[in-house]
Each structure stands twice: as structure tokens, then as C-alpha cells.
Design a binder for this molecule. Structure first.
Ligand SMILES: *Cc1c(COP(=O)(O)O)cnc(C)c1O
Length: 396
């Protein structure tokens, strides 16, 4: 039996089967390449689902984590710790917001954002029936709160009753948002670029319109930047390309570049009038190891000019993808921003293309029901884009 077969069999005997996994065991990574247990190499255009922005095995990142391990890994939130202060300062500087709460995942960042929004509204009028407007085809996580604002009935059905007070509107349809707004609305929640739903960037007029509704009625705008944030679209946070500021922002995925960490970030108005001691907590959240990762990620983004690189490489990437759309009939459109791109596939199962690509040593993933999703490490080069295109063509 191969090492791969052995581990897959053992995995299925211990790990709850909640994922239909591709039959490879990934063992190591270097730059933008991964290697499986058989020594086969893959060019990685998924980055662990938009996580490994800096590529695998970045020496400076690894050294920073090792140094922090030797110093201290965990302290609890009953005390202050140094990496959390540094990571918080760098994150706030990057977004110009006021206060951060570190979490262990994106889902928990969403939970915190929901609680902050509800508390803000509660402080204003003392009522306990506030509503949140979320978007159809959104994705915000799988815990009961995050699932309740995830606009995908298929994910929700078996787990009802969900959290109440959630209404859904159509993304990029301002009228449908307006129809859901009421005296009870405390927040409007959306991804600046919808990821799992199929790579849909917000229209500038839509986002500006939502912001205007929020300002007129003192409703909080929550932007989920978990997937589209951290430089992926060519801005540190995607909303910075729209000149629309959120009241609350959620981050995760590339925030720690592989260490499980997320955050929800509040602007001054929200920070001043929402969560107070006793309202929210976490044992691990903001621990020294996770925050050392966040802190180093921000340093490396600056040192290695990651965002400038994303801006420079994007036109080439878009051109290459557009050429594919021009060449293959079953590719009907390209959508996306920066290094968060999707190709719409009609009349052919996306899963088949992904499986073929794996055989050809290329990792790509899907989004929605018919979109090939590209969220590579942000350090990708033109040569590697060419290599990806060749492997993809072979897989078609
Ligand atoms: C991945 C994702 C989440 C959930 O984050 P986890 O770290 O998996 O809990 C939430 N929102 C968006 C937009 C995501 O892409």
C-alpha cells in the first residue's frame, strides 16, 4: 500500500467525514509549490484557501514564530502580552480603525462582529429584537451565528432553528437591501468581494449606496474581509479601493498566513459604544504565538512590497485568464479583483477540471456551483502564471 493510501485509510477511520477530500496527502511546501506524500509537486493556486499569502516556508516568518515559541506561546487574556500589542498596532495602522479583538478563526470574527453590532444597537434603545441584513450567496462561517447570516439555504436547513433577526437581500441590488431595512436594523453585513458564493466584487455604486443607508439611519456597516482582505485585491483591505469605510471589519485567512487567527476591528464610534468587560472573551484569541505571526505578516507585507507586487502582476494574470475565456467555449466569463479571480464554467462540471488539474500538478479550487477559483499566494510570478495556464489547458 502506498503511503498516501495508508494515510487516507487511517484518516477516514479517525477524522469525522465532513469533507469529501481529494485523494492526496500534502506533506510539505516551498514558495508556491506543494509536495504530496509520494513526492509529487503541485503548483498551488489555492494557498490553503487564500491563506498562505507569503508562500510556504518563508524564512523570516518561520524564524519569527520559532523565536516566539521559545519566548512564550500562551498567556490567557487575563494579562497583557507584547505580540498582541504589536500586531494590534500594525493592523489598526493598516486599516485606520480604532480597536481590535483577536479571534481564532474567521467564523469567530463574524460572531464577535454580530455581538458588537447588537450591543451597539441595544445601548441606543434598550430593545432586544434588532435585525441584521445579510446577503444571498454569502459565506461567513459554520457556527450557529455565522451560519445564520450565511445566505445558503443548503448549509442551513438541517440546523434550524437558527439565530433570529436575520434578513437576506441580494448582493449588488440596492433596492433589495432597501426593502429589508427597518427601524430594527442594526447592521448590514457583506463581503466586499463575495468569495465562496462565486467571486463577485461589490459594485462601487452598490457599496456606496449601502454605506449611505447606514449613515442615514445609524446602522452599522460590517464588511467581511476574511477572504478578500490582506492585500489580495491589490489593497490591504478591499474596501480601501472603494473609499467606503466599514464600522466593523472582520479578518482571518491571510492575517496569520497559516497560524489560525482572525480579528474583528471596530471604528471609533462602534468601539466607544458596544462591547465592554464581561461582554465577550476567548481563551486562545490574541495569544502571543498567533499575534507574533500577525505582526510578522504585516512586517513582511511592507518589506517584500507584497501589495505593490499584487498590483503589478494583476493585469498579466487577468490578461491570461481572459485569453482562456476567449479560447474555450465553456468558459463564459472572468470575475474578480487582483489575485482573487474566478472563471465561470458552463456545461462542464468544475470538479472534473479540478481533478484533472491535480493529476497535472496544479491545485485550483471551486467557488459557487460553477466557478473555478484562483487565490494563489500573493508572491506569484509571471512565469508561474504561465505554468498554471499551461497546466490548466492540459486539464481542459
Ligand atoms: C473562510 C471565510 C469565513 C470563515 O472563516 P474560518 O476561518 O473558516 O472560520 C468567513 N467569511 C469569509 C468571507 C470567508 O471566506
Amino acid at each position: 500500500m502506498s503511503k498516501t493510501q495508508d494515510y487516507i485509510e487511517r484518516a477516514e477511520n479517525v477524522i469525522l467525514h465532513t469533507y469529501n477530500r481529494y485523494p492526496i496527502v500534502l506533506e510539505k511546501g516551498e514558495g508556491v509549490y506543494l509536495e504530496d506524500a509520494e513526492g509529487k509537486k503541485y503548483l498551488d493556486f489555492a494557498a490553503g484557501i487564500a491563506v498562505f499569502a507569503l508562500g510556504y516556508g518563508n524564512k523570516k516568518y518561520n524564524e519569527a514564530l520559532k523565536a516566539q515559541m521559545d519566548q512564550i506561546i500562551h498567556t490567557s487574556n487575563l494579562y497583557y502580552n507584547i505580540p498582541a500589542v504589536e500586531a494590534g498596532e500594525k493592523l489598526l495602522k493598516a486599516c485606520g480603525m480604532s480597536r481590535v479583538f483577536f479571534t481564532n478563526s474567521g467564523t469567530e470574527a463574524i460572531e464577535g462582529a454580530i455581538k458588537a453590532a447588537r450591543k451597539y444597537a441595544y445601548n441606543k434603545d434598550g430593545s432586544t429584537d434588532h435585525e441584521i441584513i445579510a446577503m444571498n450567496h454569502s459565506f461567513h462561517g459554520r457556527s450557529m451565528g455565522a451560519l445564520s447570516v450565511t445566505g445558503n439555504p443548503h448549509y442551513q436547513e438541517a440546523f434550524k432553528p437558527l439565530m433570529g433577526g436575520v434578513k437576506f437581500a441580494d448582493f449588488n441590488d440596492l433596492e433589495s437591501v432597501k426593502r429589508q431595512v427597518s427601524e430594527k436594523t442594526c447592521a448590514i453585513l457583506l463581503e466586499t468581494v463575495q468569495g465562496e458564493g462565486g467571486i463577485y466584487p461589490a459594485d462601487p455604486t452598490f457599496l456606496a449606496g449601502v454605506k449611505q443607508i447606514c449613515e442615514e439611519r445609524d446602522i452599522l456597516l460590517i464588511l467581511d474581509e476574511i477572504q478578500c482582505g490582506m492585500g489580495r485585491t491589490g489593497e490591504m483591505f478591499a474596501w480601501q479601493g472603494y473609499a467606503v469605510e466599514p464600522d466593523i471589519m472582520t479578518c482571518a485567512k491571510a492575517l496569520g498566513c497559516g497560524i489560525p487567527v482572525g480579528a474583528f476591528v471596530l471604528n471609533e464610534k462602534t468601539a466607544k459604544a458596544s462591547l465592554v468587560p464581561g461582554d465577550h472573551g476567548t481563551t486562545y484569541g490574541g495569544n502571543p504565538l498567533a499575534c507574533a505571526a500577525v505582526s510578522k505578516v504585516f512586517d513582511l507585507f511592507e518589506e517584500e512590497k507584497v501589495i505593490e507586487h499584487v498590483r503589478k502582476i494583476t493585469p498579466y494574470f487577468e490578461k491570461k485568464l481572459d485569453e482562456l475565456v476567449g479560447t474555450y467555449k465553456f468558459l463564459t466569463a472572468r470575475r474578480g479583483k487582483g489575485l482573487m479571480q474566478g472563471l465561470v464554467v458552463e456545461g462542464r462540471p468544475v470538479g472534473e477540471i479540478i481533478t484533472k488539474a491535480l493529476e497535472n500538478g496544479l491545485i485550483v479550487i471551486s467557488a459557487g456551483s460553477n466557478v473555478l477559483r484562483f487565490v494563489p499566494p500573493l508572491i506569484i510570478t509571471e512565469e508561474q502564471i504561465d505554468e498554471m495556464i499551461e497546466k490548466l489547458k492540459k486539464s481542459f
